[in-house]
Write a protein that binds this ligand. Structure first.
Ligand code: G
Ligand code: G
Ligand code: MN
Ligand code: NA
Length: 250
């Protein structure tokens, strides 16, 4: 396929770049970190969505090279931010199951000087099902480095409560589909309340993704949700846009 061939050269040709989206503490509104999101500007096609090219990169194996570039660039950026601002990097199943993933993370932390506890890797449950034994071993080793691990898109896909018990997660990220209209839909509200209770019971902070309105944020504050991310607090943008935080002025 065309995209697959072009993907393999996209990093080397400088067609990929990173955008960052702020994550805030619900109670104070303080920015606590940023999720890094990959963007591909194709010379002819223009912007190609990661929802389109990430699956192709995973099938072709190109995600290994692309993911390494994302991790290195994100850690390099974050190393210059004031402590304790954190960076959250999406990591796909193919990367988790690759032989040298732990070594790569270790090496990138050493090279960039980023403190391990300021890096969070985001993993969906789908990434765990292919080889759960191997995934567990890898995640334990990553955690032993001091890196944090977030369960991404919680509530969708292959969600299983047993994953929360079996894998060493440090945070739960509730999928945006549960935040949409959480303030007006009683069923959605009940589900979000129960996830917050689950987090509390397990001692895991919960971050709500896809917060777009004040009413959604007020609901989350009233229910003691720990953290939030969404267009309301900030759209994904080049890191320069957030210099008031990353340069420690505010
Ligand atoms: O930013 P956007 O909402 O368009 O991202 C769409 C999807 O692509 C999301 O599920 C997101 O997790 C995924 N994604 C974005 N950047 C990366 C990345 O660097 N690595 C991986 N594996 N997935 C990413
Ligand atoms: O990695 P993950 O699947 O969580 O990807 C997060 C995606 O959610 C990103 O692609 C980002 O562009 C998108 N996103 C972030 N904030 C919002 C929001 O407030 N509303 C919607 N609809 N999407 C969002
Ligand atoms: Mn994510
Ligand atoms: Na998500």
């Amino acid at each position: 396929r065309i995209l697959e061939h072009e993907l393999r050269h996209a990093v080397a040709r400088g067609e990929m770049h990173l955008v960052y989206q702020p994550q805030t503490q619900v109670e104070t509104g303080e920015v606590i970190g940023f999720e890094v999101l990959l963007r591909w500007h194709h010379p002819e096609r223009g912007a190609v969505s990661p929802a389109v090219f990430i699956p192709i990169a995973e099938e072709s194996g190109a995600i290994l090279q692309i993911g390494e570039w994302v991790l290195r660039q994100a850690c390099r950026d974050a190393a210059s931010w004031p402590n304790p601002l954190a960076v959250a990097v999406n990591v796909s199943a193919v990367q988790i199951h690759a032989p040298h993933f732990v070594q790569l993370v270790h090496e990138v932390l050493l090279q960039t000087g980023l403190k391990p506890d300021r890096l969070e890797i985001e993993i969906t449950e789908t990434a765990l099902i292919r080889d759960p034994v191997r995934a567990l071993s890898t995640l334990r080793q990553v955690k032993a480095l001091g890196v944090h691990i977030a369960m991404d898109d919680f509530g969708t896909g292959y969600s299983s409560l047993s994953n929360l018990r079996s894998f060493p997660f440090d945070k739960i990220k509730i999928d945006p589909s549960f935040i949409r209209a959480v303030d007006t839909n009683e069923q959605t509200a009940a589900i979000v309340r129960s996830v917050l209770g689950l987090g509390r019971g397990l001692g895991l902070p919960v971050l709500a993704e896809g917060v777009e309105t004040d009413a959604e944020l007020r609901f989350l504050a009233a229910e003691n949700c720990d953290a939030a991310q969404g267009y309301l607090m900030g759209r994904p943008a080049p890191i320069e846009r957030f210099s008031q935080f990353t340069h420690g002025i505010q």
